[in-house]
Design a protein around this ligand. Structure first.
Ligand SMILES: [Zn+2]
Ligand SMILES: [Zn+2]
Length: 120
């Protein structure tokens, strides 16, 4: 049995849990969370966000801000978008590095949904 319960379904599983690290960067402000989840919940989480989260390697220029993954608002004078980094680790597998951009509204929703905490 794993030492920790899965953060999604709440109980321990046989075998190792995956680590999913979410970090939303807003200027110098950082909100993040480490989720421990079973491979099934990790896959479901990734599948349900597959339209939003892109493999970092597939982004031409990760330093330039993209449009909001939810509403498509592109960064400009009135709208700002912030990058979300999602790193997925599972035992001996190659880690997965994903990225997405969110406008303020959808970034706020993300913080609420995933209970991201301020960190330094
Ligand atoms: Zn689970
Ligand atoms: Zn948006």
């Amino acid at each position: 049995m794993s030492i920790y319960p899965c953060d999604v379904h709440g109980s321990r599983i046989r075998g190792p849990l995956s680590g999913v690290y979410l970090t939303l960067l807003r200027g110098s402000h950082r909100s993040s969370r480490r989720l421990r989840c079973c491979p099934a919940d990790r896959d479901e989480l990734l599948a349900s966000h597959a339209k939003e989260w892109t493999n970092v390697d597939d982004v031409d220029d990760p330093d330039s801000l993209g449009a909001c993954a939810v509403c498509g608002a592109s960064p400009g004078r009135d709208t700002a978008t912030d990058p979300l980094f999602v790193n997925v680790y599972h035992k001996e597998e190659t880690p997965l590095f994903l990225i997405a951009y969110y406008c303020e509204e959808h970034g706020d929703r993300l913080i609420k949904d995933f209970k991201l905490k301020d960190s330094v």
